[in-house]
Structure formats: C-alpha cells, structure tokens
Design a protein around this ligand. Sequence first.
Ligand SMILES: NC(=O)c1ccc[n+]([C@@H]2O[C@H](COP(=O)([O-])OP(=O)(O)OC[C@H]3O[C@@H](n4cnc5c(N)ncnc54)[C@H](OP(=O)(O)O)[C@@H]3O)[C@@H](O)[C@H]2O)c1
Length: 251
Amino acid sequence: MYNPFSLSGKTILVTGASSGIGRETALACSRMGARVVATARDQGRLAETMSLLPPVADGESHVMALADLTQPQDVDSLLKSLPPLDGAVLCAGNSMTLPLQFGSREKFNEMFDINFFAPVELMRLMYKKKVLQKGASVVLIASIGGTHSFMPGNGVYGASKAALNSVMKYAAREYASRKVRVNSICPGMVDTPLIHRGTITEEQLAEDAKRYPLGRYGQPADIANGAIYLLSDASSWLTGHDLVIDGGFSI
Ligand SMILES: NC(=O)c1ccc[n+]([C@@H]2O[C@H](COP(=O)([O-])OP(=O)(O)OC[C@H]3O[C@@H](n4cnc5c(N)ncnc54)[C@H](OP(=O)(O)O)[C@@H]3O)[C@@H](O)[C@H]2O)c1
C-alpha cells in the first residue's frame, strides 16, 4: 500500500526515549515499521518503553542502550554500539525556569550540557564516523522557547534551544554533500513529565494553555507525528528547516 510516511526497513535512534516526547516518538517510529534504537539513563523507564514497541517485521530486534549523553565515555560506548542509522531523533533534554537575575555561568553550563552540547556532539560524531548512512535524516528537538519569550524566566533554556536551531542549519548545509538531512522541531508546551515538576504550578499551566489558539497544550504524539514526517521519504527534499508545532501559539 502506498505510504510515503512509512519507516519500514529503516533503523532510527531515539534519545530521551524513557519519557514524554522521546517515548512517544520511539513508539510512533516502531508503529511505522522502523527498528528503533532507544536510549536514556533510567533503566526501568527505558525498559517500559521497549515493552510498548511492536516487534520489527523483518525479524530484527529493537535495541535498548543506556547512556548519560552529558558523559563523553557514555557517548563513546553508545557510538560503538550503534548499528548503521537511517535516522535519529535527538529528544533528550531538560528545562529550566530561572529568571536571568538568579542565573549563573554554572546554570548556563548545566542547561547547555544536555540541551546543546549533548545532541550536537552526538550528531557530529555520528556523521563523522558514518554511523548516519547516506540519505539519513536527523531531527533535533528544539523549542519555541528558542525563538519566543514563551514563558517567563526561560532565558537560559531558550538560549540553549536557539543555539541548537542555529547549528541545525549549518549541519544541514554541510551534511547535504552526503545527502544527510538535518531539521528541527520547535514544540510549544507539550504535556509531558517535564512541565509538571513544580517550577510552574498546575494553575499557571492551565491558565497558560488558554493562550494557545487551538485551545490546548500539545500531546507527545503531536510532536512524534512531525518527527515521522521528517524521518520519512515524504520529506526527502526538506533540510535545514525548523518545524514549529505549537497549536498556533507563535502566530
Ligand atoms: N514538554 C515540553 O513542553 C517541551 C516543549 C518544547 C521542547 N521540549 C523538548 O523536548 C525534549 C523532550 O522533552 P519531554 O517533554 O519529553 O521531557 P521528559 O518527559 O522529561 O523527557 C526527557 C528525556 O530526556 C532524557 N534525558 C535527560 N537528561 C539526560 C541525559 N543527561 N542523558 C540522557 N538522556 C537524558 C530523559 O531520560 P532519563 O531521565 O531516563 O535519562 C527523558 O527520557 C527536550 O529536549 C525538551 O527540551 C519539550
């Protein structure tokens, strides 16, 4: 059956696969026929993701790999264990609500370590070591926090995502010589454990959701579906693009 969004026969790495957007993306990729390499730090939650994935059709198995992407030795081991990839969705990340006046160089380092250096270093090494096969597609999960002051006190977070989006465009241009595509997704607020950590109260979240023209925050599947498009052959002429998925917030 004709389906330009199929990921059948592709092997896709998903970071941050133990929770939220990454878990849903791993699930969506496997439902679209891909073999998934899922990575995160928490063994129990990552194993739970693995248990949700439908089996790969051609008899191959999905792969679970534990790694702290801020630790060079973990990144090194992960790279050595990776099969050749047709795609990667780099979701692992964190948030930080901290007014700039209370920020510090350490806080910027902490945020940039996981949101900027971890995905950029992994992408750089996967390309250099040719883990990313010719024609592969990389999807970086950025944020509208990188383009808009979407939520008070998110300057440190926003800066890390803006930097990620900038590198995305340079990588897209450089990697095009090997037909490797690089795009990002900029989600608005998405209902995952990340936004329920107490730094923003549930009342504030409910009030904030009313600012979204489509009347709600996103669900992880809203972002995973965008990633499917960017990974699939349906987007084969798209590179260097930041796909905003935000229920109309940034209009
Ligand atoms: N939710 C939103 O509103 C929203 C909006 C825009 C952008 N985003 C971005 O979307 C991405 C996913 O967020 P989410 O909402 O799905 O958050 P989440 O549910 O908290 O998931 C974050 C994931 O990142 C992994 N992770 C964190 N630190 C890591 C590290 N040092 N090494 C390896 N993995 C690490 C976590 O796994 P372990 O703890 O198991 O390591 C977890 O799987 C993030 O980059 C976030 O900034 C989220």
